[in-house]
Design a protein around this ligand. Structure first.
Ligand SMILES: Nc1ncnc2c1ncn2[C@@H]1O[C@H](COP(=O)(O)OP(=O)(O)OP(=O)(O)O)[C@@H](O)[C@H]1O
Ligand SMILES: [Mg+2]
Length: 611
């Protein structure tokens, strides 16, 4: 075999394979060039989803004829003036995009430099460059790409239906538009407008929220919490959605590093970590976060389409995101749960404005007891370990058969517990909800959701203190799983032991469980292990140990919680209410749903037309 140097055209086609994966990638490169050129308005037109035609027109700085000629040459760029790959402040820097696109399509570049009277055009077809010719155009640049991939039929075959390709382009443009609120963008397919955003006005946050609202929808803007945090030269700004506003996938999570849209595992993992207390595993928050880091703290030259980055100090970035998001969420924890209660009230009496429940939460999310009430809740403590005042390490004792046979019995009306924020339990209905009477209203508690939250918070507290209390199984249980799940659990034996779960290998794909967290009681061990294995598979190594432990706690809490359908006696119900009052974040379960709803007497009276 003879080694030879490949012809330039072929080299460019190979590069194009990486840089220009599909029409959306070409549009992204061209729009980035326009942004680098300082454009204030960028208009994109596609035909057949970009397969037959793409044009990107900008009003940026433009190019003089010599620059146009250079621009389509490989490794020609204006963006590395000092040959410095470390301090990159532009979106482009490789000098590859235009020659790559030119190698696989029919490309034309028409440009008029700002301040110059003339425009010039150059065309490149399948890598062959024509000579410059005069053209008629306003200041700025217009790039046209026809018959993308005509020179590489193999790639052409992989293109999807025009509608799919269009949606990829739309997504890519939306991301760039979010990061550059001051620039106007339009995207049209044939003569149909797909996207149009006008330059946003005002200071950074105002302009950005305006742009995010235009792209992610008003609902996001109305339910978003602002983020503005700084640590060691890193600045994080943007907005994160309330947990109660969530989606089935992570597509509405937009992340930017120095104005560049990125899809970075580390960043997604950090968001997951920040929300894991508030959302189920299969629900995802909406966020738009903008990270500004000194150029030398990040390497952007690690991915052909620059969609991923590498941080010099990933832990610092992660910590900044998790703590900023948690801080914002902690401050809004109350709001997250009351917005749901409001909705319930609103639904009950549509003709009037819903009122917010009047509980008070202190900074840790604890519900405060009205002034003048005894600090001790001892009189109302049921002898239920794990729910009442008993050591939190004891079992909750929600075991079957412990509840009295008849639960609909009347509770004495002069029960002083109705002085408490969550009131005195009056009944359990449909073996799912606890109804209690407060001083001026009624509270309906979802018993499973509430108990799950309590078990979770108790486990977390134990974890922070001395490690989770374990309980020896009289008969060690053999659990059969698939091989991967078993292996995944076994690599985490130590962490799991810290959480009170002691496992050992037992042949291929099986484990033997010797101890379980005492709090969980008689839960379904097989289901628990499978859930944890799934959790681990999904989290990977993206999360820090502590967050991984918390995620697992959350799975465990779900297994150890009193199910809907379990009968509770009055003492158990009251114990649940008292414990909820004393536990941070008890207003919502681990899946972002509310644990209780309160209706004020005044609201109920209005419902019946008494007021
Ligand atoms: N819309 C535009 N307006 C003004 N100049 C442009 C425009 N598009 C490209 N150029 C010039 O052409 C050069 C080459 O563009 P190209 O996209 O190929 O490379 P790059 O942007 O420098 O790097 P990268 O390959 O990382 O995108 C740019 O450096 C810039 O000087
Ligand atoms: Mg470029």
């Amino acid at each position: 075999m003879t080694i030879r140097r490949l012809p330039e055209t072929l080299v460019n086609q190979i590069a194009a394979g990486e840089v220009v994966e599909r029409p959306a990638a070409a549009v992204k490169e061209l729009v980035e060039n326009a942004l680098d050129a300082g454009a204030r308005q960028i208009d994109v037109v596609l035909r057949e989803g970009g397969r037959s035609f793409i044009s990107v027109t900008d009003d940026g700085c433009g190019m003089v004829p010599e620059e146009i000629e250079l621009a389509v040459e490989r490794h020609a760029t204006s963006k590395l003036p000092d040959d410095d790959l470390v301090h990159i402040e532009t979106l482009g820097f490789r000098g590859e995009a235009l020659p790559s696109i030119g190698a696989v399509s029919r490309l034309s570049v028409t440009s008029r430099a700002q301040g110059s009277p003339d425009a010039w055009r150059l065309t490149v077809e399948g890598g062959l460059t024509s000579s410059l010719e005069p053209a008629a155009a306003g200041p700025g640049t217009r790039i046209e790409v026809r018959d993308l991939f005509y020179a590489t039929p193999a790639r052409l075959k992989f293109l999807k239906a025009p509608r799919t390709e269009l949606s990829h382009t739309e997504d890519a443009m939306k991301r760039l538009a979010m990061a550059h609120a001051e620039v106007g963008f339009t995207l049209s397919e044939e003569s149909r407008r797909v996207l149009m955003v006008t330059p946003a006005q005002g200071e950074l946050f105002e302009a950005r929220l305006q742009r995010l609202s235009a792209i992610m929808g008003r609902e996001f803007a109305e339910n978003a919490l602002p983020i503005d945090a700084e640590r060691e030269g890193l600045r994080l700004t943007g907005y994160i959605g309330l947990p109660t506003l969530n989606r089935g996938n992570a597509q509405q999570q937009y992340l930017f590093v120095n104005g560049r849209p990125v899809r970075d595992k580390l960043l997604f993992g950090a968001i997951r970590g920040a929300y894991q207390d508030f959302l189920a595993r299969d629900r995802h928050p909406l966020v738009a976060l903008f990270l500004e880091v000194p150029p030398d703290a990040v390497d952007i030259n690690v991915h052909p389409a620059k969609a991923e980055v590498r941080f010099r100090d990933p832990g610092l970035v992660r910590g900044l995101i998790v703590s900023a998001a948690r801080h914002a969420l902690a401050q809004a924890g109350h709001r997250a749960s009351t917005s749901v209660a409001d909705a319930a009230l609103g639904a009950l009496r549509p003709e009037t404005q819903p009122q917010r429940p009047v509980y008070h939460w202190d900074s840790s999310g604890r519900i405060t007891v009205p002034r003048g009430m005894a600090e001790s809740t001892a009189a109302y403590h049921a002898p239920l370990p794990g729910v009442g005042d008993a050591p939190p390490t004891a079992r909750p004792g929600w075991g079957e058969g412990q509840a009295p046979p008849n639960l609909s019995r009347q509770v004495p009306q002069e029960d002083a517990a109705d002085d408490y924020p969550l009131g005195a339990a009056r009944a359990q209905v449909h073996t799912t909800y606890v109804v209690s009477q407060t001083q001026d209203g009624i509270v309906i508690v979802d018993q499973h959701a509430a108990h799950e939250r309590l078990v979770y918070e108790t486990m977390k507290a134990q974890l922070d203190a001395q490690g989770v209390e374990r309980q020896l199984l009289l008969l060690p249980e053999v659990v059969e799983l698939d091989e991967a799940s078993a292996a995944r659990l076994l690599t985490r034996t130590e962490e799991l032991a810290e959480l009170g779960l002691v496992i050992e290998p037992f042949g291929t794909g099986a484990l033997v469980v010797r101890e379980v967290p005492a709090l969980l009681g008689d839960s379904d061990v097989h289901g628990l292990l499978q859930d944890i294995a799934d959790e681990l598979a999904e989290l990977g190594d993206a999360l820090a140990l502590k967050e991984r432990l918390e995620a697992i706690c959350s799975s465990m809490a779900c297994h150890g919680s009193v199910r809907a359908g379990r009968r509770l006696n009055v003492e158990e119900m009251n114990a649940l209410l008292r414990k909820m009052e004393a536990t941070p974040h008890s207003g919502q379960c681990n899946h972002g749903r509310p644990t209780y709803v309160e209706l004020k007497l005044a609201d109920i009276e209005r419902l019946f037309g008494r007021r």
